[in-house]
Design a protein around this ligand. Structure first.
Ligand code: NAP
Length: 290
């Protein structure tokens, strides 16, 4: 069994990005500039944005956080998006989700200039992705593809079962795994809460991508010998033995399933760090496009 080390892999990608930034600067090019828009004071969102700013600093990007009040109106937020769309200094920006209930998330995401949509959530980018055209890929699916690529995992002709159909993970990764390219060319089964024969489907999978958010949902008896196991799930569970009082648990029962797998991602330290570095990759791409 080979552990797919997202920490080490993302660290080498970061070093590559930092080297690219230096090269860009030496040639008199622009330093990539990412802006994160943070509405309200959701604790998890603040943590994510802080991590994104730290990541930017590490690779030499410029980054800003636009902090907006929880009570901002939808029209005011849309105005802010338009301001960032028009700001030539900004290469890419993200609006941290979730937004307060009174704001229509889809409306806000649709207002972002697709050329600056480094989260890859705009329908134009998702549509291009589906057509296998160059686009910003959503961060988690991109991170999964990069991890497979760096470990030279064969995907062509394999049966890939994706569990979960969210717009940010399950749906896009199922399209990407089935596209004509590498990683890709897999025969994909996209499953969800209404799927009736899931254990049976999982047992026939060469590659399982679990993204449903249910701790240890995929058990060893659902896994075929030699399968590739990609665990996207991160559920916080109480753990008094930890200083923080909690730990992150994946959707796959790692301890028991690992012995049957050819490759497996740990949680934490697998898909998570790869997701973070993907935003940096998209921002570098956005700066290069300029
Ligand atoms: P989500 O929006 O929470 O949706 C969950 C999906 O799982 C839905 O499509 C749902 O089906 C499906 N599902 C729920 N119960 C199921 C069951 N018993 N059998 C089969 N399918 C079932 O998903 P998400 O936002 O993609 O998040 C999924 C997990 O990944 C969460 O733990 C999240 O924290 C984690 N995550 C991690 C990263 C990372 O970087 N590591 C990034 C994003 C998300 P229906 O559509 O039928 O309801």
């Amino acid at each position: 069994m080979i552990k797919l080390d997202g920490r080490a892999t993302s660290q080498s990608i970061r070093q590559e990005i930092a080297a690219e930034v230096k090269k860009l600067q030496e040639k008199g090019g622009k330093t990539p500039h990412l802006v994160a828009v943070l509405v309200g004071s959701n604790g998890a969102s603040q943590t994510y944005v802080k991590a994104k700013v730290r990541d930017c600093e590490e690779v030499g990007f410029v980054s800003d956080v636009v902090r907006l009040s929880e009570t901002i109106t939808e029209a005011e937020l849309l105005q802010e998006v338009q301001r960032l769309n028009a700001d030539a200094a900004v290469d890419g920006f993200i609006v941290q989700l979730p937004l307060p209930r009174h704001i229509d998330e889809q409306k806000v995401l649709m207002a972002i200039d697709p050329a600056k949509d480094v989260d890859g959530f705009h329908p134009e980018n998702l549509g291009k992705m589906a057509l296998n055209l160059p686009s910003y890929l959503p961060a988690t699916p991109m991170g999964i593809l990069d991890l497979m690529d760096r470990y030279n995992i064969e995907t062509g002709g394999k049966h890939c079962v994706v569990v979960g159909r969210s717009h940010i993970v399950g749906l896009p990764i199922s399209i990407l795994m089935g596209r004509n390219g590498y990683p890709g060319n897999a025969t994909v089964t996209l499953t969800h809460s209404r799927t009736t024969n899931l254990p049976e489907l999982l047992r026939s999978a060469d590659i399982i991508i679990a993204a449903l958010g249910k701790p240890h949902f995929v058990t060893a008896d659902m896994v075929k010998e030699g399968a590739v196991l990609i665990d996207v799930g991160t559920t916080r569970v109480v753990d008094k033995s930890k200083k923080s009082g909690h730990r992150l648990v994946g959707d796959i029962d790692y301890e028991k399933a690992a012995s049957k797998a050819a490759y497996i991602t740990p949680v934490p330290g697998g898909v998570g760090p790869m997701t973070r570095v993907s935003l940096l990759k998209n921002t570098l791409l956005a700066a290069r496009h300029k």
